[in-house]
Design a protein around this ligand. Structure first.
Ligand code: ADP
Ligand code: MG
Length: 272
């Protein structure tokens, strides 16, 4: 049974793309088959894997466009393979026009979910890198997902933004995907010299109680993480002994433990 995880936070610069890439490659290094989906018209994930999205003819935007026009596009033809073992549905600016196109489409929240159905069986994990907004594309990502992982930047108290995100998650649960779970919050860009991460965690705990898991693993702020992205590599390929590489390896294991527990729970529910 394949697990689809949306990496989501409508705030930009919190480490969504970096986490999608390194968690994806991390899972692949654990022997899992992984598809990454770039659901951001800025195509940062596509770029950080070494492709120029705008030079690609096939993209997520094109797939979604064709699907809304009642064509049945072949999703596999858009998937590209990265030398580090992960597959990618790339993105480019074509996706930005989808935000308005979708408004009038049939089953507009389910376009991505329907597309991914065709390839789900080929992957253990599908990770969707969301754009920094809670518009229709992100709603599509949450509708397609089994769970959502929320990267939260340690430097800022995520007061209002988190409440909006939780509202969107509840809306998706009530309307298009009642199975959506919150995988958890991962603290990113954590500067060990300050207590900010702890303050942010305390604030989240106070506001949302114990209902939301906060992953034990924290991703440290480290230049190497940003350098790897620029080099078109995962942190594992760029510098396997670096602190962010160790952190992303730990996070990968935590996510696998969570996903496998959920999978067993779902299988038990089906058996009943
Ligand atoms: P988002 O996708 O949420 O906008 P990104 O993953 O693109 O966030 O990260 C924002 C910026 O921070 C990028 O320039 C990225 O290279 C950098 N970055 C991400 N994670 C780290 C880290 N652990 N340490 C230092 N820089 C990071
Ligand atoms: Mg991003």
């Amino acid at each position: 049974m394949s697990q689809t995880i949306a990496i989501c936070n409508q705030k930009g610069g919190v480490g969504k793309t970096t986490t999608t890439l390194n968690l994806g490659v991390g899972l692949s290094r654990q022997g899992k088959s992984v598809l990454l989906v770039d659901a951001d018209p800025q195509s940062d994930l596509t770029a950080s894997l070494g492709w120029n999205g705008d030079a690609l003819e096939n993209s997520l935007g094109r797939l979604m466009y064709l699907a809304t026009q009642e064509y049945k596009p072949i999703v596999k033809d858009t998937i590209i393979h990265h030398p580090e073992g992960v597959d990618l549905i790339p993105s480019n600016l074509d996706l930005s026009s989808m935000e308005s196109q979708l408004v009038n489409a049939m089953s507009r929240e389910k376009v991505l979910s329907n597309l991914l159905k065709d390839v789900k069986k080929d992957y253990d994990y599908i990770l969707i890198d969301c754009m920094p907004s809670l518009g229709m594309i992100t709603i599509n990502a949450l509708t397609a997902a089994d769970s959502v992982i929320i990267p939260v930047q340690a430097q800022f108290l995520p007061a209002k933004g988190m409440t909006q995100l939780m509202k969107s998650i509840d809306m998706v649960r009530n309307h298009t995907n009642d199975k959506l779970k919150i995988g958890g919050i991962v603290m990113t860009l954590v500067d060990g010299r300050t207590n900010l991460a702890k303050e942010v965690i305390d604030t989240i705990r106070m506001k949302y109680g114990m209902q939301i898991r906060i992953f034990d693993t924290q991703i440290p702020v480290a230049v190497k993480a940003a350098e790897a992205t620029k080099a078109g590599q995962s942190i594992f390929e760029y510098d396997r002994s670096s602190r962010p590489a160790k952190a992303y390896e730990e996070l990968t294991k935590e996510v696998m433990r969570f996903a496998e527990r959920e999978k067993r729970r779902d299988e038990a529910a089906i058996a009943r």
